[in-house]
Design a protein around this ligand. Structure first.
Ligand code: IPE
Ligand code: IPE
Ligand code: MG
Length: 246
């Protein structure tokens, strides 16, 4: 029996976050340049997005480029930006056909202008799609996001729009880039690295973490379903004890 058949469709996570890692090593294993791995990784993104939409996952958030990734060699950064632009432009029609909304989080203003424009246009074209929201984390880091949220709240206090006493978890979360999504129940990281690399630190406070040695360009929907089956076997206690749960 495949993993898809083992899924309990009544216990699906609403939101899955993915750290897509291992493109460079995948290419190197085959004696190819790193960029070949990034290009191949796009095929995995496509398959996972469709896999999510197929089974009814409402939100998929993928870490595509971190704030720290700006520190890679300029050649790789430029190639990644080019790949981002070409992928967005090639895939918008398919997203629309599949009723998938494109969203982006991160310091989008720091991206090249062409990227910003094409991203904005693709987001507008898919804005009314309802089956699944695909969020690209671009020039994203959680520390950047948290500092930005703190600044916004400080400004609202100065402008007397809110009182300090009104700052709580709910009003804080409303300032985050993920204000309109539920927190991810499951986070998948490929390539055998066991870390969160500055991704969704607030939002993953109670997320189930799943690590696989599979490199991102080899990851396909069957691997996604395997991760969800693993997630569905876990008991999420949120501080309580087993006996308190139904
Ligand atoms: C993930 O693959 C893609 C990005 C971070 C953009 P890597 O490029 O990090 O691949 P490895 O980790 O070097 O194998
Ligand atoms: C994390 O991958 C960022 C993305 C997947 C975009 P990295 O490969 O950059 O992570 P570290 O630096 O090795 O933790
Ligand atoms: Mg990596």
């Amino acid at each position: 029996m495949g993993f898809k058949e083992q899924l309990d469709i009544n216990k699906l996570p609403q939101h899955i976050a993915v750290i897509m890692d291992g493109n460079g090593r995948w290419a190197k294993n085959q004696g190819k340049i790193r960029h070949f791995g990034h290009e191949s990784g796009v095929l995995s993104v496509k398959d996972i997005v469709e896999g999510c939409a197929d089974i009814g996952i409402k939100y998929l958030t993928v870490y595509a480029f971190s704030t720290e990734n700006w520190n890679r060699p300029a050649e790789e950064v430029n190639a990644l930006m080019e790949l981002l632009i070409s992928t967005i432009n090639q895939e918008t029609a398919t997203l629309t056909k599949n009723n998938i909304r494109l969203n982006a989080i991160g310091d989008i203003a720091s991206l090249p202008q062409k990227c910003i424009d094409d991203l904005k246009s693709a987001m507008e074209k898919t804005a009314d799609n309802t089956r699944c929201t695909l969020t690209l984390a671009l020039s994203y880091s959680s520390k950047w996001e948290l500092v930005t949220a703190a600044k916004k709240l400080a400004q609202q206090v100065i402008d007397q729009k809110i009182k300090i006493e009104e700052i709580d978890e709910k009003s804080f979360a409303a300032q985050l880039t993920t204000f309109d999504m539920p927190e991810p129940e499951l986070m998948i990281r490929t390539s055998g690295e066991h870390r969160v690399s500055n991704f969704l630190l607030w939002q993953m406070a109670y997320t189930e973490l799943y690590f696989t040695d599979t490199l991102w360009p080899d990851f396909r929907r069957e691997d996604l379903f395997e991760a969800i089956v693993d997630y569905q076997k876990r008991e999420r206690r949120f501080g309580k004890i087993s006996e308190q749960l139904n």
